[in-house]
Design a protein around this ligand. Sequence first.
Ligand SMILES: [Zn+2]
Length: 297
Amino acid sequence: MNARLTRLRQTLARRPLLGDGATGTQLQQLGLLPGACGELWNITQPDRVRQVHQSYLAAGSDLLTTNTFGGTSCVLAGHGADQRVHELNYAGAKLAREIAGDRAWVLGDIGPYGGMLEPVGDDLPATVELAFRQQATALLEGGADAILIETMSDPAEAALAVQAARAAGAEFIIATYTFQKAGADYRTLMGTSVGAALAAVLAVGADVVGANCGTELSLDDYVQLTAELAAATAGHPLMVQPNAGSPRYVDGKICYDESAAQFAATVPRLNTAGATLIGGCCGSTPAHIAAMAVHFR
Ligand SMILES: [Zn+2]
């Protein structure tokens, strides 16, 4: 294991780590059109991607997430860019590494591949595993310290992604799901319980597990969800990255209501509930991260 990764494990054993905030909504502020391929910006607008990473580093993030959420061949195919998996992911990891240096760790970001595995859908596990493995390989070659698999709904897909990242050589793998409220507790979009979802990725060797995003979940919900997650981590570290509230449309623009102060106030509650890697998802900004940072030093 390289020295930076050893330091990541040692630091995490000593204190909570601060993630970063949204990438997509930040790039949209810099001109990325909704629905456009953000990963292309790793090549065409590298300065704007650097600017997002730089603003999170300056805000105090310990972890920078690469701009590669939709970087599988499956998602890139929708933009006619499925032949550019290695180029776009490698470039994305390099940009984050460049800004992070040795001051932050780089999480190579992998989101859902965008389809349905058999038997629910038609996609074969081997095909999807290969897509995740190609992406993870490029992220690691570009300088990612760890792989972050996030916004997952299907435990079979999440487990495949963990296995693919491991096969690509990742030594530190984080797997987080998006949950929604289901009566008194929380389930993924596929209806999987918290316990079953985490067990699926822990069984194939995820190092860290948790939750991110969730358009209906308030910060209070996230505190409750975190307690439920903490009971199912089997001793592994827990990561949570809530949205800045539910997205609302105001004058044709997406708005998020949870303020930086509300995020900051929630950090100790998430930490007490068991989370030791804490960041933000959609709608969270460098201002949110900067406000949270007081709890991480
Ligand atoms: Zn999100």
